[in-house]
Design a protein around this ligand. Structure first.
Ligand SMILES: [Zn+2]
Length: 121
């Protein structure tokens, strides 16, 4: 079973249903509260650490490139990042890659003023 939104694997029984979609807990929380007022990362970290211990995930070329760019730039808005990646990618595609990186705790979103930038974990 996998999440319809970020395509992460979901443990049987952990899946959430929302508007006909099957979502992992993270995405479910995202759709229920798009504006984050608290820090969900702490809860998330403890959980995904257990998952990692079993199977270290492999990065796709796009994910590696995103990490490299974020590392060199120190953080970047999704729009700007899209301009640095190979042509033909859509915002949606890199958001999906980013969601995977988030699940791996390689990268995360950070609010700077009224902007959201992506940066290394
Ligand atoms: Zn998900």
């Amino acid at each position: 079973m996998e999440c319809d939104r970020c395509h992460a694997a979901i443990e049987p029984g952990d899946e959430k249903q929302h508007l006909g979609q099957t979502l992992c807990e993270d995405c479910y929380m995202d759709v229920l509260s798009p504006v984050k007022t608290c820090d969900p990362w702490a809860v998330h970290s403890a959980k995904s650490f257990e998952k990692h211990a079993e199977s270290p995930p492999a990065l796709t070329p796009i994910q590696s490139e995103i990490l490299l760019i974020l590392k060199e730039s120190g953080g970047m808005e999704p729009q700007a990042l899209l301009g640095k990646l190979k042509p033909g990618l859509t915002q949606k595609e890199i958001e999906r890659e980013f969601a995977v990186l988030r699940h791996m705790e390689k990268a995360r979103g950070e609010k700077r003023g009224d902007r959201v930038v992506w940066r290394l974990w």
